[in-house]
Design a binder for this molecule. Structure first.
Ligand SMILES: Cc1ncc(COP(=O)(O)O)c(C=O)c1O
Length: 390
């Protein structure tokens, strides 16, 4: 029997939470799932209709390899990016269609020459979406996990960036804190990166779910920094209702960085599925209302959940400005007992009252992808029983 040739990793966090939830459910506990971190249901009807028409299209361009372009959906990347932003026509930028953000994260260090020279990557992965850290691990690239804390409100301090960092792979709006990048902070960061020759990549997967005007992307400040090497990724996954399986997105950035990404991507990836991109394009052109409705639902549920949990004594780690996650400090006591850490709190809540979150010690994440209003009564009762304190 052949053995795995990979280093052994710890048990996957989500598998562990699932197993704990199944155990509680088997004992008759009703689960209140605040752990689900992706949109529920289908994609917007407008997107599905247009994708269905596109797939019946007989043109070869709709069915062939799209590679680094989008022959089936001309100019998709530029049109998709411009849905999110004011015009960038006055800035030297290039565009690249992508099959979602996740697979591209591994190409970023490669496009920064990590196989040719030592490249240290700073990430926003602790707490955070772990994929940049995992990719760097597979590639043997050194990382610095930038400190993200209640004190810096999950917007890393420029003083914390180590001297030998060559690339910053960040994620704003940030998963799981919901923190957003502001114009002022981004400008300071860009200034520093120009001075030090650091490349910046931002994963803007949640930008369309911004609940505050303060939330700004790198592309919106880039015109002030012609010397900056930058790229920013956008995704349709959470934009068109549930587009997570559609695998459609786009990158915008300075021509040098995008050219390097194109080189690596062109050699390793065949592009997205054009009919799905046609569906996304139709939604952003014809169904702005449907898109806004999705965002508003999350914003509304977030307000309800934050209010409910705050009244029950839970303390937010930071006020979320985007997305569908809320991040909380782990209480010191619950059910009259001392809480050891975030996992202990999460598992105790699952076992005793069925509330399922995702623990990232010292925080616990509760998402609003499920219908919070329908759970209101049960959630209230659950946290009343828990009687948390700090
Ligand atoms: C921060 C972040 N980036 C990227 C992704 C994945 O995006 P995509 O579906 O475009 O690959 C996720 C999905 O959960 C995410 O949370």
């Amino acid at each position: 029997m052949g053995k795995s040739r990979l280093p052994t990793g710890g048990t996957n966090l989500f598998q562990m939470i699932k197993a704990k939830s199944a155990e509680a459910e088997a004992k008759g506990i009703k689960l209140l799932k605040l752990s689900i971190g992706q949109p529920s249901g289908p994609a917007l009807l407008s997107a599905r209709r247009a994708a269905a028409v596109a797939i019946m299209n007989e043109k070869e361009s709709m069915h062939e390899y799209q590679d680094n372009g989008s022959p089936g959906v001309p100019d998709f990347a530029k049109r998709f990016i411009q849905f999110h932003l004011p015009s960038l026509d006055h800035v030297a930028v290039d565009y690249l269609p992508i099959p979602g953000i996740k697979p591209i994260l591994g190409l970023v260090p490669l496009a920064c020459g990590c196989r040719q020279q030592a490249v240290k990557v700073a990430t926003t992965t602790n707490p955070g979406y772990p994929t940049p850290r995992d990719w760097c691990g597979y590639l043997g690239v050194k990382i610095q996990e930038l400190p993200l804390t209640v004190e810096n409100a999950f917007r890393f301090s420029l003083d914390d960036i180590e001297g030998d960092v060559a690339v910053i792979m960040m994620n704003y709006p940030h998963n799981p804190s919901g923190q957003v990048a502001t114009r002022e902070w981004l400008e300071e960061l860009c200034d520093l990166c120009v001075a030090k020759g650091i490349r910046i990549f931002n994963d803007a997967a949640y930008i369309a779910l911004s609940h505050t005007e303060e939330s700004v992307t790198l592309a919106r400040v880039a015109d002030k920094f012609p010397g900056l090497s930058w790229a920013e990724a956008y995704s349709a996954s959470k934009l068109i209702g549930n587009g997570t399986g559609w695998r459609i997105g786009a990158i915008v950035g300075s021509p040098d960085f995008v050219a390097d990404l194109k080189t690596v991507k062109g050699n390793t990836d065949s592009g997205f599925v054009a009919p799905m991109a046609a569906g996304v394009l139709a939604a952003i052109i014809e169904d702005k209302e449907g898109i806004s409705r999705c965002r508003e639902i999350y914003g509304h549920r977030m307000k309800i959940l934050i209010n409910l949990l705050s009244v029950q004594g839970m303390q937010l780690a930071v006020q979320p400005g985007a997305g569908f996650f809320t991040l909380w400090k782990t209480p010191k006591t619950a059910f009259g007992e001392t809480v050891q850490d975030a996992q202990h709190f999460n598992f105790t809540m699952i076992e005793r009252v069925g509330v399922v979150g995702v623990h990232f010690h010292p925080y616990i994440r509760y998402a609003v992808c499920s219908d919070i209003e329908a759970m209101l009564h049960d959630l209230n009762a659950a946290f009343q029983k828990a009687k948390v304190s700090y």
